[in-house]
Design a protein around this ligand. Structure first.
Ligand SMILES: *[C@@H]1O[C@H](CO)[C@@H](O)[C@H](O)[C@H]1NC(C)=O
Ligand SMILES: *[C@@H]1O[C@H](CO)[C@@H](O)[C@H](O)[C@H]1NC(C)=O
Ligand SMILES: *[C@@H]1O[C@H](CO)[C@@H](O)[C@H](O)[C@H]1NC(C)=O
Ligand SMILES: *[C@@H]1O[C@H](CO)[C@@H](O)[C@H](O)[C@H]1NC(C)=O
Ligand SMILES: *[C@@H]1O[C@H](CO)[C@@H](O)[C@H](O)[C@H]1NC(C)=O
Length: 401
């Protein structure tokens, strides 16, 4: 060794250029990381050649990659060092100036840190169960003189979470009230929040964010003057690019007093016919529904009738089957709907198509003659007139006159 170094010294400053050239010839342009630490004299075909023995200085192959890791997962930095020789690789935490590992030894007390390598060339720093506090700069360092190092950033991302307390729970509102549904989500990066209705589109009173009218972004969903159509489940969905996205379901219940709609308020029937009377009620909370005949409540056990109801959400189709029309079934029927907010009723008159006019029980109308009611019915059908007491009464008067 000594001899070799002396040789360099002997060449002196004046020969430096020539020496460099020789090195270039030997090594091509890849001079970085080489030293003339060992130069061997050789006698060859009566001329001196210099050959450089690579007493190499370690060098990094690539730059250290930044990492983005989800909370709780494992982060692995990879530092590739060529020609490490007898030098050592240390991993450091830059922000805190902490030495984490030197060679294969873990220095830090943090038991989530581990180090391994493959052929002393590829060095891995393992950080298990990554926490938010692990976010920051890390360094792969070689104990050369001067030292060589590379740094990279560990970003810790956190999947979105919806906070229970500040997020709306199920809501009950009166029809016409304004309702705001809130959704508080956190995560890293900060999640975006969108609201959707579980079934169907949002209604136009909300601010729409996309072309489909199906969602609105923002932590708060403002619903102005809610109607029964707003009733349903709303989903607040938080996402920040870190899987999984999360959602919370908030029920909106809208209370309103019953309303009743009746298609046919006048129904004609012949004796022994089977007749159905229909009422449609909407109410929430759900209403209690029942029928009366001539102001007497029809009981479930009344043999003359069968009481039926089909419920769909806040809607109820009430149906009364009159099994066999007879003298004691003509008259004025009412369908009645009651809930805590109010009550309503609708009236249907059942009159005889075959019998005497007196049986019709039109208490409030004073006819002078007996009209041909079957003719009336035919007229009503042919004209497709939506049945209604007033229309029919007007027709009746026309026929009479
Ligand atoms: C690593 O992350 C830092 C900070 O986020 C950035 O400035 C740098 O350019 C990144 N380096 C690479 C190689 O992506
Ligand atoms: C070191 O860790 C890397 C990354 O987890 C792994 O692929 C490799 O098998 C490990 N090597 C050894 C020798 O344990
Ligand atoms: C509901 O909101 C609308 C529009 O913001 C407002 O004009 C109205 O007064 C509010 N109604 C109630 C009951 O707060
Ligand atoms: C969204 O809603 C608005 C207002 O109700 C309506 O005019 C528009 O046609 C809707 N767009 C789509 C794509 O449904
Ligand atoms: C709709 O969006 C506009 C602008 O973003 C905002 O000023 C307004 O308050 C929103 N209205 C409702 C009902 O959310």
């Amino acid at each position: 060794m000594l001899e070799e170094f002396s040789f360099i010294a002997f060449l002196g400053a004046g020969l430096a250029v020539r020496f460099q050239c020789l090195l270039r010839e030997c090594l091509g342009s890849d001079m970085e990381g080489w030293t003339a630490g060992a130069i061997k004299k050789e006698w060859k075909a009566s001329r001196i050649t210099l050959s450089v023995l690579p007493n190499k200085v370690p060098r990094f192959e690539d730059s250290l990659n930044n990492l983005t890791v989800s909370l709780g997962r494992e982060a692995v930095f990879t530092c590739v060092v060529n020609d490490l020789g007898s030098f050592r690789v240390a991993w450091l935490r830059v922000d805190t100036q902490t030495i984490l590992t030197i060679a294969t030894h873990v220095i830090t007390k943090n038991h989530r840190i581990a180090v391994n390598h493959s052929d002393r060339r590829v060095w891995f720093l393992h950080i298990h169960d990554v926490r938010q506090s692990d976010r920051g700069w890390y360094m792969c360092q070689l104990n050369t003189d001067p030292m060589k190092s590379q740094t990279a950033y560990l970003d810790v991302v956190v999947p979105p979470d919806i906070l229970d307390y500040p997020t709306s729970s199920d809501q009950v509102a009166r029809e016409g009230a304004n309702v705001s549904l809130r959704c508080a989500a956190h995560g890293v990066p900060t999640p975006t929040v969108v609201w959707r209705k579980e079934a169907g589109d949002l209604l136009p009173t909300a601010n729409f964010s996309d072309a489909q009218n199906s969602s609105v972004s923002g932590a708060v969903l403002h619903l102005v003057k809610v109607s029964r159509l707003h009733m349903g489940a709303y989903l607040c969905i938080a996402s920040n690019g870190v899987p999984p996205s999360v959602s919370k379901r908030v029920m909106l219940v809208v209370h309103f007093p019953p309303i009743m709609t009746i298609q046919n308020q006048l129904v004609g029937a012949k004796e022994s016919d089977t007749v159905y009377l229909d009422c449609h009620s909407e109410a929430f909370p759900r209403s209690i529904n029942y029928w009366t005949i001539n102001d007497q409540i029809i009981s479930q056990t009344d043999k003359r009738f069968e009481i039926m109801a089909v419920e769909r959400g806040y809607e109820v189709d009430m149906k009364l089957k009159i099994k066999k029309v007879g003298r004691n079934t003509f008259g004025t029927y009412s369908c009645i709907s009651k809930n805590s907010l109010g009550d309503t009723d609708g009236t249907i008159k059942l009159y005889s198509l075959s019998g005497k006019f007196e049986e019709m029980q039109y208490n409030d109308v004073d006819f002078e003659e007996t009209p041909d009611v079957s003719e009336l019915e035919a007229l009503k059908r042919s004209e497709g007139v939506r049945n209604n007491v007033h229309v029919l009464l007007i027709l009746a008067l026309l026929v009479i006159s």
